[in-house]
Design a protein around this ligand. Structure first.
Ligand code: ADP
Ligand code: MG
Length: 625
């Protein structure tokens, strides 16, 4: 047994059947033996039995349950190799899937001498497809549109067709293929066998089944194991866009992964993210519907072989992808629904390996998280992001490991000679100094370590000093006429909060452009932020519940009463906080100019109090009590 999700399902049966009990031919059994399939998965067991009897079937099962073999094995056994014409037609939703299924069919048919299978799909020239079609193929796997074209042109003849398979029917429906599918199904011979597979059963699919299938047997795999148990599922609470990228980079640094697929919501995002990861030294590529299909194929090929380690994909582009080396799935953007989640994480834990799925969740998305847990009936474990300290420890270990590896694996003679010469000429320089200098060169300008320093206190305050924040807000640099109000947030230095966290959370959760987010000051136990006076009530409600670093913001208007803060003091005066994190690549657009906090540097001297805070200018901005 290769795949433990398959075996998991088998435990429901008292005695799992063997492939040899099902009535498959010796040539097929020989292949299964050689590729290491030991026992049939539940869907295989049932489908094979029915299909060998000549019955129609509807198979309902999640991805990764072994559907391809479930229909391919028995239907291949039905093929007459002496008849040089298409006898088995399989429709698949995408080019990638058509190719994948065609490859699987090719493998399963290894023992059938003279057997030919051909994938046909849009985007490839007709010529390439015409030649083998003319020469004669026994099985065609195609996408609906192109199959239709070939039937219309008369280049794909269906009169000898014995069986027909609709793979991933619901997906084809989603992609708008339903009319094409019906068109094809109306043209297959009366005497034929049909197998329809779908993860879900929308009404339209049911109707197709009723119309075209002949007393189908329904084979359903229990939902209990909808998500494979060999996939460890985790989630991580993250704030804004740039926090996600930061979170991802940290995770990538500490986990050991073989290959990873990252799901992003949009095509543009896949490209942006792949570029950012590439800039950080990972071999990453994007795949999405906009990328030319031949190019997509190349990328997937490279990914399979290990030339690429990270694939950033949209749902459609990664649909059904079967790449055993995928050890990790990252849901960078939360999926639209639980079903998509199941499909996504099913890209890992293939063929008996174990896999890990990590889901990024913002506060607003927690409901979807609950929904996913409910539908999959599995708990998803929360994880903390690795701290700078952990990352630094890892970097030290990696650094040492690299030295050991280089010493044992590389020919260093040239450098040994050079370093020797250098040492002779500079006797006073120790070996360690030389090695350190070389390490420095190798490291380049990037510092080896992340900063582990806790945020320091504002320079103008001493720890322990009691501090009262002006209740009056600063105005925005770019919109000085917008009345502002100062708010208190129940997170501060003691929660390890940095202005960037607050900025990110507000920008992301309240969908507020950062140009409208004013001064942020961090104290030990709380923080303040200046926001437009006319902020909608809903936004305020969202912010109340927003969580940053695991703590609720509990935003309230800052008043003199709730304003005392001891220790720590404002951080807002430091200019460099969070700057880098929230530079262009996070949201674009103008940055809130007043995030230099209370200091108001470079904004002229007048109208400010002794800390440089601008004195209130708008009567409207006076806090209501
Ligand atoms: P689905 O179409 O249901 O998503 P696939 O047909 O792509 O699933 O199969 C998923 C993976 O499981 C493939 O890598 C396949 O080779 C493997 N597999 C299928 N059947 C078996 C089996 N009986 N034993 C071991 N591995 C299997
Ligand atoms: Mg499949």
């Amino acid at each position: 047994m290769c795949s433990s999700d398959l075996s998991e399902q088998n435990t429901d049966n008292q005695s799992p059947k063997k492939f040899s009990d099902l009535g498959l031919s010796d040539s097929i059994l020989g292949v299964l033996d050689s590729i290491g399939y030991e026992t049939p998965s539940p869907i295989q067991e049932q489908c094979i039995t029915h299909l060998l009897k000549g019955e129609d079937i509807i198979g309902q099962a999640q991805t990764g349950t072994g559907k391809t073999a479930a229909f391919a094995l028995p239907l291949l056994d039905n093929i007459d190799l002496n008849l040089n014409a298409p006898q088995l037609l399989i429709l698949a939703p995408t080019r990638e899937l058509a190719i994948q299924v065609s490859e699987a069919v090719q493998t399963y048919a290894r023992g059938m001498k003279g057997f030919h299978v051909l994938p046909i799909y849009g985007g490839q020239s007709y010529d390439i497809q015409l030649r083998p079609l003319k020469r004669g193929v026994h099985c065609v796997v195609g996408t609906p549109g192109r199959v239709m074209d070939h039937i219309k042109k008369g280049t794909l003849k269906l009169e000898n067709l014995k069986s027909f398979v609709l793979d991933e029917a619901d997906e084809m429906l989603k992609m708008g293929f339903i009319d094409d599918i019906k068109w094809v199904m109306e043209r297959i011979p009366e005497q034929r066998q049909i197998a329809l597979f779908s993860a879900t059963m929308p009404t339209v699919i049911k109707r197709v089944a009723e119309e075209f299938l002949n007393k189908p047997k329904i084979v359903k795999v229990k939902t209990k194991t909808e998500t494979a148990t060999n996939i460890e599922q985790k989630y991580c609470l993250v704030g804004g866009l740039s926090q996600k990228l930061d979170a991802l980079t940290r995770i990538l640094e500490v986990i050991d992964f073989d290959a990873m697929i990252i799901f992003a919501r949009t095509k543009t995002l896949t490209v942006e993210l792949a570029e950012k990861l590439a800039a950080r030294g990972f071999t990453a590529e994007a795949i999405n519907g906009d990328i030319q299909q031949s190019q997509r194929e190349k990328i997937i090929g490279k990914f399979k072989k290990g030339g690429i380690d990270i694939l950033v994909a949209t749902d459609v582009a990664a649909r059904g992808l079967d790449v055993p080396r995928i050890s990790h799935v990252v849901n960078y953007d939360i999926p639209q629904d639980a079903e998509t989640y199941v499909h996504r994480i099913g890209r890992t834990g293939r063929a008996g390996r174990s896999g890990e799925a990590i889901l990024f969740v913002s506060h607003r998305e927690r409901r979807m998280l609950n929904n996913i847990e409910r539908v999959t009936r599995q708990k998803i474990t929360p994880i903390e992001l690795p701290t700078a300290k952990i990352i630094n420890e890892k970097r030290v270990n990696d650094f040492k490991k690299k030295i050991t590896e280089t010493i044992s694996n590389q020919d260093l003679s040239v450098f040994e000679k050079l370093v020797g010469e250098f040492q002779e000429a500079n006797e006073e320089v120790t070996h360690i100094k030389i090695a350190a200098a070389l390490a420095h060169i190798a490291q380049g300008n990037e510092p080896l370590f992340l900063s582990e320093k806790e945020p320091s206190f504002g320079r103008d305050q001493k720890p322990g000093e009691e501090k009262i924040v002006p209740v009056q807000p600063n105005s925005l640099k770019n919109h000085p006429d917008i009345p502002m109000r100062r708010y208190r947030l129940e997170v501060g230095n003691s929660n390890n909060i940095k202005p960037g966290n607050i900025l990110g959370a507000i920008a992301n959760e309240a969908d507020m452009e950062s140009a409208y987010i004013g001064s942020i000051q961090i104290f030990d136990k709380f923080s303040t932020v200046d926001l437009p006076d006319e902020m909608p009530k809903e936004t305020f409600e969202v912010l109340k519940k927003t969580i940053v670093n695991g703590n609720r913001l509990n935003i309230v208007e800052l008043t003199d009463k709730n304003n005392k803060a001891t220790v720590g003091g404002a951080q807002g005066g430091k200019r460099n906080f969070g700057r880098k994190k929230f530079s262009k690549d996070s949201r674009g657009g103008p940055r809130g100019g007043s995030r230099d906090g209370g200091r108001g540097r470079g904004r002229g001297g007048e109208g400010r109090d002794d800390r440089g805070n601008r004195k209130p200018k708008f009567s409207r901005s006076k806090p209501k009590k």
